[in-house]
Design a protein around this ligand. Structure first.
Ligand code: NAD
Ligand code: UDX
Length: 477
């Protein structure tokens, strides 16, 4: 690959208008008013939403960022070819889900969408372009991208960079505004410098790390594996706390004050969710197996195994505590998103807990402040799909008859036998719990999968409270 950096002004195209492409490009456009940023996607309705006041991604502060730049130097459209032709820097931010079929099914990343983008770029480009991998990819994917780009029909030349994204959902705007670091991997110093110059508009130079391509690709998978490992580690300890009477929040505080361990990412929970952690660890596991590193693969796989255990443990505890049966009992589900401040439900622990409770024939009344009913139902159908992707009539009927989605937390808990807090939305901490308690059956069980409720105060009101890794409080009423 040659490095022929254009002297023309920077014009950016981003393929993929999802949770990463939309916010990252909106931030670049906001911070660099002279750079034209064109975000494209095949999904017309997603693009329509980006062009409306109802963005497809809920993130605190994002609406303002988009509105500042949209129509000035930020465009959303489905004109993939036109955007590629006009740009000199092309980001690829398409989805890289776990492969659901064929070799590596259930572990390897499905790189179909990445390859299609590379082929489209090769087909439409002229002159010289910098292609940036923004999606999370297995190590050495850039090699394949470069080979595809080499086949460009009209003599176009390319530099390929890796620039993985570290934003977390719910805090994306802040993470993009003041990232801990920006990582850029590449072979061509000139191309790396061109991208450094974009981020350098608002990010201090010492926070922009440059590495070789493979280190950059691997760092992203490694960062997610380490973060998820911390959650699984504290969740493993939460099980021991429940068995021994220790309090996991106290343990987390005690170990987190050790500056070598640090306090972040030690919140015990019902299990991690989201589109990244599980997918990226399984991808890492697959890569290790591919290179014959079976012990390394097993080590990382255990992070996912522990997470599955934590989810199962929580639903089993609900059933056990409620006299070994939840059949025909009404359980309020507070929160369905995989964490607070997002409308994203991909791999949310709530989906698994609801599935287990539905299998036990519980009646679920679900409330989430940002997740619409259609999305709840589609996620629940998804979890009941068999190997061929089919949902049986029995499961469809179970969802139809046993799931109600309601517009607020109070109506969810009305006449309920139990409440399960599955997402740590701030509003759950501010509810009038006396009112909630009055509307419930006795004993009024509350299962706090996020340790956000004041268990001591609630037990004084009469609730029987079961949290993660903490002693249970039996109500006084
Ligand atoms: P997403 O599913 O929200 O968005 C991807 C978009 O790409 C979709 O809108 C899809 O229609 C579009 N797309 C797919 N193929 C296309 C093609 N050939 N042409 C045009 N558009 C196409 O995914 P996401 O959450 O934004 O994640 C994107 C990548 O970023 C993934 O690799 C993910 O692992 C990584 N990542 C995600 C996060 C996160 O918080 N979601 C954070 C860091 C990294
Ligand atoms: C993660 C990474 O943090 C981010 O850097 C990467 O770019 C994408 O993947 P995200 O999945 O959006 O971000 O959210 P994150 O805050 O990491 O939370 C992931 C899951 O772990 C959530 O379900 C969250 O509730 C859970 N979690 C997190 C815990 O249970 N306990 C914790 O202490 C932290």
């Amino acid at each position: 690959m040659t490095s022929k950096i254009a002297s023309t002004p920077t014009r950016i195209c981003c393929i993929g208008a999802g949770y990463v492409g939309g916010p990252t490009m909106a931030m670049i456009a906001k911070q660099c008013p002279d750079i034209l940023v064109h975000v494209v996607d095949l999904n017309q309705s997603r693009i329509d939403q980006w062009n409306s006041s109802e963005l497809p991604v809920y993130e605190p502060g994002l609406q303002e960022v988009v509105e500042e730049a949209r129509g000035r130097n930020l465009t959303f459209s489905t004109d993939v070819e036109g955007a590629i032709r006009d740009a000199n820097i092309i980001f690829i931010a398409v989805n890289t889900p776990t492969k659901a079929f064929g070799i590596g099914a259930g572990r390897a990343a499905n790189l179909e969408f990445i390859e299609k983008c590379a082929r489209k770029i090769a087909e439409c480009s002229t002159g010289h372009k910098v292609v940036v991998e923004k999606s999370t990819l297995p190590v050495r994917t850039a090699e394949a991208v470069k080979r595809i780009l080499k086949s460009a029909a009209n003599g176009a030349t390319f530099d390929v960079l890796s620039n993985p994204e570290f934003l977390a959902e719910g805090t994306a705007v802040q993470d993009l505004l003041q990232p801990d670091r920006v990582l850029i991997g590449g072979e061509s110093a000139a191309a790396v410098e061109q991208l450094v110059a974009v981020y350098g508009r608002w990010i201090p130079r010492d926070k922009i790390l440059t590495t070789n391509l493979w280190s950059s690709e691997l760092s992203k998978l490694t960062a997610n594996a380490f973060l998820a490992q911390r959650v699984s580690s504290i969740n493993a300890i939460s099980a021991l706390c429940e068995a021994t009477g220790a309090d996991v929040d106290e343990v987390a505080k005690a170990i987190g004050t050790d500056s070598r361990i640090g306090p972040k990412f030690l919140k015990a929970s019902v299990g991690f969710g989201g589109s990244c952690f599980q997918k990226d660890i399984l991808n890492l596991v697959y890569l290790c197996e591919h290179f014959g590193l079976n012990e390394v693969a097993k080590y990382w796989e255990q992070v996912v195994v522990m997470n599955d255990y934590q989810k199962k443990r929580f639903s089993a505890r609900i059933v056990r505590t409620m006299f070994h049966t939840v059949s025909d009992k009404k359980i309020a589900i507070w929160g369905f998103a995989f964490k607070k401040d997002t409308n994203d439900t991909r791999e949310s622990a709530a989906i698994h807990i609801c599935r287990d409770l539905l299998e036990e024939r519980a009646r679920l009344t679900i409330y989430d402040p940002r997740v619409p009913e259609s999305q709840v139902r589609s996620e629940l159908e998804g979890i009941f799909k068999d190997a061929l992707g089919v949902v049986s009539e029995r499961h469809k009927q179970l969802i139809r008859d046993h799931v109600t989605v309601v517009p607020d937390a109070y109506s969810a808990a009305e006449n309920a036998h139990a409440i399960a807090v599955l997402t740590e939305w701030d509003e759950f901490k501010k509810l009038d719990m006396e009112r909630v308690f009055q509307g419930m059956h006795r004993p009024a069980f509350l299962f706090d999968g996020r340790n956000i409720m004041d268990a001591c105060r609630l037990s004084e009101m009469g609730f029987e409270v079961h949290s993660i890794g903490r002693p249970s409080y039996h109500g006084n009423a």
